[in-house]
Design a protein around this ligand. Structure first.
Ligand SMILES: [Zn+2]
Length: 315
């Protein structure tokens, strides 16, 4: 703490930027279109422009000391390079960290967005005071980040945390990754929609509106039987995945982020109820599954933490 920093969440369609004060409040925000097809130099320049706007809003005597930025993966966090970004055309193989650091003349850290959001919750949200934590992001896709003894775990090939493609039902649906019954085929926004549409068909109901993940969540809250069925199945799949991870890692705390968190209790209760059926009693007893405490601010606050970490390491 003590420094003002900027957190940047660079996504496929938009870039969210937050100016974060010394007490870790996001005091100013901007959202711009990513326009990644215009190339890395343009993206860097547009980010720098917003940083310039933030600078004009700073109290006298303060300055922006560092930046953390996160993107959909995969990224090489050590060299600060984006690898092959399927969802962000035009930015693959960009040394984004160095480009930003050169342009802004401040330390910059780059991380995968799920890992950044995990750092946010671990240090400032649901994970405060914990030693270890699994962070599961469920939105358009499903991924996870694992923090062990306070450190992100990357794996031998920087591929840890692909929990969206854990098989929870070998006889399940064919997933985009080529295997069957992945966690993602139960829980992601697009799959919730697909499953709800099918449940409607099977019950003879006809949808009178366009079905979105948000609609399924709202209907589940209102007690709609087909929506509840689909959401409970998603919760059960999540519970199986959490139980398996708990058996291997024995990490108690599972924090869930991403748009699916808005479903709330119907999802979480089904997940919690399922865990004990798929792991040892002694392991399952400790398992907690809870929503992010940071709402949609996890990535920006995680990036702020990364920025402060960069400053601490440079000292
Ligand atoms: Zn898969």
């Amino acid at each position: 703490m003590g420094e003002w920093v900027v957190g940047v969440d660079l996504g496929g369609t938009k870039i969210d930027l937050g100016l974060v004060d010394a007490e870790n409040n996001i005091v100013a925000r901007r959202r711009i279109a990513t326009e990644s097809e215009r190339g890395p130099a343009v993206v860097v320049e547009r980010i720098a422009q917003i940083v310039g706007e933030f600078e004009r809003e700073l109290p006298a005597g303060t300055q922006i000391a560092a930046m953390g930025i996160c993107t959909p993966g995969p990224v090489d966090h050590i060299s600060g390079t984006l690898l092959t970004l399927v969802n962000v055309p035009g930015l693959s193989n960009t040394p984004l960290r160095q480009m930003l650091a050169d342009r802004l003349k401040i330390p910059v850290r780059l991380e995968h967005d799920a890992k950044a959001a995990a750092l946010g919750d671990f240090h400032y949200g649901a994970g405060r005071g914990s030693h270890s934590m699994i962070f599961i992001v469920i939105g358009t896709g499903v991924g996870a980040a694992i923090i062990i003894d306070g450190q992100l775990y990357y794996g031998d090939r920087n591929s840890s945390g692909e929990s969206g493609h854990m098989t929870v039902n070998p006889n399940g649906e064919l997933c985009a990754c080529g295997t069957r019954g992945c966690l993602e085929t139960y829980t992601s926004g697009p799959w919730l929609v697909r499953r709800f549409e099918r449940a409607l068909d099977e019950s003879g109901r006809i949808a009178d509106t366009i079905i979105t993940g948000e609609l399924v969540a709202n209907l589940a809250h209102q007690g709609d039987p087909e929506a509840l069925k689909v959401v409970r199945e998603a919760g059960e799949a999540l519970g199986i995945a959490v139980a398996s991870m708990a058996m291997i890692l024995n990490i108690d705390l599972n924090v869930v982020g991403g748009s699916v968190v808005k479903i709330g209790d119907p999802l979480f209760e089904a997940a919690r109820k399922t865990v004990p059926n798929f792991c040892f009693k002694a392991v399952g007893e400790g398992v907690r599954i809870m929503p992010t405490a940071l709402g949609d601010d996890g990535p920006i606050l995680g990036c702020a933490w990364m920025a402060r970490e960069a400053l601490a390491m440079d000292k």
